[in-house]
Design a protein around this ligand. Structure first.
Ligand SMILES: [Zn+2]
Length: 178
């Protein structure tokens, strides 16, 4: 059916485009935050989103138990007398899941948007998922809101992940939200 309204009236009487739309980085940050809400972890919900140079999402992940493992049977606590009774040996972090869930051949030259600073294991994964060749682009990293180091590192260290990402050439930027 033909729209007989005056041109522009559908946009609040304005004829131009909207001005308060999300920037790309805000959009991908929001996707990461939304992904985090899928996590069943009671203490930390983390989301990650990998974006290629054409601003297309090629991988999304959040922290959770490994595929096929019953998350009603595995422990979710952070601390216990026995380390094996904590979630730490089992939970797959958001960064790992985003890389494993990628729908492209590789993530070289892509950017990962993630809610928290990566742990030591994920820092290594992010480096390895990129390229070891200095001529080829790496997977870069953009942090959202927080640069707090995770307490869920397998060998807790305040410098390990930062040193790894620095030596691995990962660019990390602190993101902004509206
Ligand atoms: Zn991690």
């Amino acid at each position: 059916m033909e729209d007989k309204r005056e041109p522009g009236l559908a946009n609040g009487g304005k004829t131009g485009k909207r001005e308060d739309y999300l920037e790309w980085s805000e959009y991908f940050m929001a996707v990461s935050f939304l992904s985090a809400q899928r996590s069943k972890d009671p203490s930390s919900q983390v989301g990650a989103c990998i974006v290629n140079p054409e601003n297309k999402i090629v991988g999304i992940g959040y922290n959770g138990m490994p595929n096929g493992c019953d998350d009603d049977l595995l422990p979710w606590s952070r601390y216990a007398d026995d380390w094996l009774d904590t979630k730490k040996p089992y939970v797959c972090h958001a960064e790992m899941n985003a890389i494993m869930n990628k729908n492209s051949a590789d993530v070289k030259g892509c950017t990962m948007y993630v809610v928290l600073f990566p742990c030591n294991e994920c820092a290594k994964l992010i480096i390895q998922a990129g390229s070891s060749s200095p001529r080829r682009p790496r997977l870069s990293l953009i942090l959202i809101l927080s640069t707090t180091l995770r307490s869920r590192t397998r060998r807790p260290s305040k410098t390990g992940p930062k040193r790894t990402t620095k030596y691995g050439g990962i660019m990390s930027l602190k993101g902004k939200t509206k």
